[in-house]
Ligand binder design. Sequence first.
Ligand SMILES: [Zn+2]
Length: 94
Amino acid sequence: MLTEILTDQQLIDLYTTPGYLVAVNYPKKEVKLHTIDCMLADPISSVGVKPSKARAQKTGEFWVSESREEANSKAEEIAKKKQYTYIICPICNR
Ligand SMILES: [Zn+2]
């Protein structure tokens, strides 16, 4: 099931659950696919995504799915619709 992530806490709570994160960065015009346990998908990490802030500032959106296929389809759909670049994160890609 695909779930939209609206807050940092929502993502923090999912950290130990296997799954995938679709991170959309509006200013960078970029859609990135991560595993949920990637450090770049961790709001607690200084380099991690910050869904609460992105939502407040309208700079991005985030989706989570247990299925890589489903996350991948969502990422491709957004990238195509917005004409953003779709990147599979090189750090957590597996
Ligand atoms: Zn990653």
